[in-house]
Design a protein around this ligand. Structure first.
Ligand code: HEM
Length: 537
């Protein structure tokens, strides 16, 4: 009911619907011609050759031959559902986004959860990061919050993303492992990218094997900006908090579940929604100004860092409820196209170099994946507000822009000129001062790769720490090149000596010398209760 176009109708079904005698639709070709049977091709004689003139057979096979499209280059395995977001706060002091302008505003949403590394047919319980992507169909255009279930990322700069993904995915010579990080290339990369240490700790923790999508958190990861009607900016970190609390399975359970039911997570979501046990998450924000950002002992533009909840409180601003399963997995879950650059007035980017690269990557890859820039017209991607511009044509154009005007400025009379800019309604980029010279050098403020990893480690309960050690030992024991194991342990010594010693012991290694951090590791930072799953329940 919320989409602008009906899903699942073929052709001009409203006008030309043909009814079979028993009340079902008439079976037709793609051209709408009724066909007598779906069982047999047209042959010459009883047992003779199939006729080239059998356009019914040829069309059916042709259509089938082209059913597949490329899977996503990452996050290929995913599952989606429709829902509603309702705001519970008036945030108009910090953002002009209509969605957050008053308590009780509701917008339809589409959500897709995913694993990252595995292919589309891989299993659900991989030890992996989970994607948590939300498309808000707001009155001012689509806003996509394309997040993960872990609040930090492996790398600081988009330049490293293709290397990261090559290393995470199956090894190019042998084509495996297909859905897990327990292999040489991943750990070789991680061992040589100290900035990934914080993320790998989260990845080895219980967070990476959630009990179901309904029991996991979500994070926007990057620092974004909110901008109010006066153009003033507030930094924001986005969080999703599951109303059911957080729960995971242990590794032995995950292995069994994968064998017994590789669709465990998608089945759980489908069953919950169809039985009326509607999954819910609170949207929460950490809001802070430039002064606070300057006081934090790391750079807020660095996506390998989180803003501690103890430093900036997490405040709930609304609730997401998933209430409708998809009608068609391909049309909706597979063809949905999320993009970090889809923002609305009042929500803006920062200069986080990972976010800047993402803003290019999603639209670009979707052209390759979905085949035409007109994928924005697909029901799941189309905004639920008016869309008007001078973009035209292209593969699979399904809109019918009428009239002679496809450019501006033009001298046509009012009412015939086509759409005009509206300054007041427009998205305007935050007016950020820019200084310095162009350079290809990571800022020094991005140099501390271990202090927050250490805080995460010391914030875990004993059993959670044991799971992390077990995961490192299990994963690294699959690595063939022994020097990689030692290099990883050398990095872990900068996080915590006890952690490194336990992992070395589990691997049967003598403790290697610690690697040299770029900046001294801070051992004075306190544990953060918010980082333990058990304390969070
Ligand atoms: C999917 C690129 C970092 C979350 C994708 C896709 C690409 C991509 C190309 C496939 C999109 C598609 O085919 O529709 C990148 C690049 C990154 C990056 C270049 C860094 C430079 C991140 C980070 C997060 C993230 C930091 C989390 C905050 C996701 C999610 C999806 C995705 C959730 C799946 C969206 C869906 O369900 O369709 N990414 N990504 N990515 N990415 Fe990223």
């Amino acid at each position: 009911t919320e989409s602008t176009r009906p899903i699942g109708q073929h052709g001009n079904a409203g006008e030309l619907q043909q009814q079979a005698t028993d009340g079902e639709e008439v079976l037709t070709t793609a051209q709408g011609v009724a066909i007598p049977t779906n069982q047999n091709s047209l042959t010459a004689g009883d047992r003779g050759p199939t006729m080239l003139s059998d356009f019914v057979l040829r069309e059916k096979i042709f259509r089938f031959d082209h059913e597949r499209i490329p899977e996503r280059v990452v996050h290929a395995r995913g599952y989606g559902a429709h829902g509603t977001f309702e705001s519970s706060a008036d945030l108009s002091e910090v953002t002009r986004a209509h969605l957050f302008g008053a308590e009780g505003r509701t917008v339809p949403v589409f959500v897709r959860f995913s694993t990252v590394a595995g292919s589309r047919g891989s299993f659900d319980l991989a030890r992996d990061v989970r994607g948590f992507a939300v498309k808000f169909y707001t009155a001012e255009g689509n806003w996509d919050l394309v997040g993960n279930n872990i609040p930090v990322f492996f790398i600081q700069d988009a330049m490293k993303f293709p290397d990261l993904v090559h290393a995470v995915k199956d090894e190019p010579d042998r084509g495996f492992p297909q859905a897990q990080s327990a292999h040489d290339n991943f750990w070789d990369f991680a061992a040589h990218m100290p900035e990934s240490t914080h993320m790998t700790l989260w990845q080895m923790s219980d967070r990476a094997i959630p009990r179901s999508f309904r029991f996991m958190e979500g994070f926007g990861v990057h620092t974004f900006r909110l901008v109010n009607a006066d153009g003033a900016s507030t930094f924001v970190k986005f969080h999703w908090k599951p109303v059911l609390g957080m729960q995971s399975v242990v590794w032995n359970e995950a292995v069994k579940i994968n064998g017994a039911d590789p669709d465990f997570h998608r089945r759980d979501l489908w069953d919950a929604i169809t039985s009326g046990d509607l999954p819910q998450w609170d949207l929460a924000m950490q809001l802070f100004d430039q002064d606070t950002a300057d006081e934090l002992p790391f750079d807020v533009l660095d996506p390998t860092k989180l803003v501690p909840e103890e430093a900036v409180p997490v405040q709930v601003v609304g609730r997401l409820t998933l209430d409708r399963v998809v009608d068609n997995d391909f049309a909706e879950t597979e063809q949905v196209a999320f993009c970090t650059q889809n923002v609305v007035p009042g929500i803006d980017f920062t200069d986080d170099p990972l976010l800047q690269g993402r803003n290019f990557s999603y639209l670009d890859t979707q052209l390759s994946r979905l085949g035409s820039p007109n994928f924005t017209q697909l029901p799941v991607n189309a905004p639920r507000c008016p869309v008007a511009n001078f973009a035209r044509d292209g593969h699979m154009q399904t809109d019918l822009p009428a009239g002679p005007v496809n450019y501006e400025p033009n001298g046509y009379p009012t009412g015939h000129r086509g759409p005009r800019p509206d300054q007041e309604a427009s998205f305007t980029s935050f007016a950020e001062p820019v200084t310095g010279t162009t350079r290809r050098l990571r800022p020094e403020s991005f140099g501390d790769h271990y202090s927050q990893a250490r805080v995460f480690w010391i914030s875990q309960t004993e059993i959670e720490q044991q799971h992390i050690v077990d995961a490192y030992v299990f994963e690294l024991s699959k690595v063939q090149r022994e020097e990689i194991r030692a290099e990883m342990v050398a990095n872990l010594r900068n996080v915590d000596e006890d952690l490194a010693a336990q992992v070395a012991d589990g691997l049967g290694l003598s403790l290697p010398a610690a690697s040299t951090p770029f900046v001294p590791v801070r051992t004075d930072l306190p544990a953060s209760p918010a980082l333990s799953m058990l304390r969070n329940q």
